[in-house]
Design a protein around this ligand. Sequence first.
Ligand code: G3P
Ligand code: CA
Length: 256
Amino acid sequence: AFAAQDNNYENTIQLIAHRGSSGHAPENTIAAYDLGFEQKADYIEIDIQMTKDGELVSIHDTTIDRTTDGTGSVGDYTLEELRNLDAGSWFDQSFAGEKIPTFEEILDRYRGKIGILIELKSPGLYPGVEQKVANTLIERNMDKPNNHKIVVQSFNHDSVKRFHDLLPSMPVGVLVGYGQADEGKITDEHLEEYAEYADYVNPNKELLDQDTVDRIHQNELKTWPYTVVDQEWVDQLMEYGVDGIITDYPELMDFR
Ligand code: G3P
Ligand code: CA
C-alpha cells in the first residue's frame, strides 16, 4: 500500500531518484517512483513527452522500443495505444504489466508526498508542451512554488525559458551535458545567462569541479548533478558542496 509520508530533508543534500529508483525497477514507471519514495528520496525525476493525441506521458527515449514491448516513436501513438504496452518486462519479468504513466497520474499520486523534478524531454518534437505542463499544474493548484516541491528542467534551454515565462514563480533548471557546455566547461557567461531565469544548473557530474560548483553558487544558482551510480561520486560531489544528487540508487545516500 502507498502510505502518506513526508520525506523532509530540506536542510540536507537533496536526493533525487533518477527516473524513479531506476537501478531497481523499470525507469519511469509507478513501480520505480514508489520505490524512490520508499527509499526516502526527496524528489523523483520524471521524463515528460507528448502522445499523438496531445496527452503527457512519462518515458525517456523518443521511441518506445527500449522500454516497452512496442516499436516506433512516442509521438506516433495515442495515449490509449501507449497504455496497452508493457513497460516493465524489459527490466524483469516480475514487473510485467507496468504501464507508461501519465503526467496527471504522477501528479495526483505523489503531490504533497515527494518532490517531482519534471524533465521536458525533446520538447522541440512537441510544440506547446510547456503550456500543457503549465496548465496541468495550474489545474491542480500546483504552480505555487512554496506549496509543492516541483522543479521543471530541460536540456533545451529555450524550452526552459518558455516555461519560465508562462509560470515565472516556479523554479526551473537547465540541464547541461557536454552538448551544452563549452569544450567541457561551464563558463561564467553561461552561468550569468542561466541566472537570469533559472534556479538550478543540473550538469553531467563530469562537468563539475570545485571551482565550477563555487561559481554556480556565486551566481546564486543551485546544482543537482546527474547521474550518480556509485559511492565514490557521492563522496566527491558532497565534498564539492552540491545541493542535490540525481541517482539511480537512492540507497547510496542512506547516511543522511
Ligand atoms: O535529471 C537529469 C537526467 O535525467 C538527464 O539525463 O538522459 O537521464 O534524461 P537523462
Ligand atoms: Ca531525465
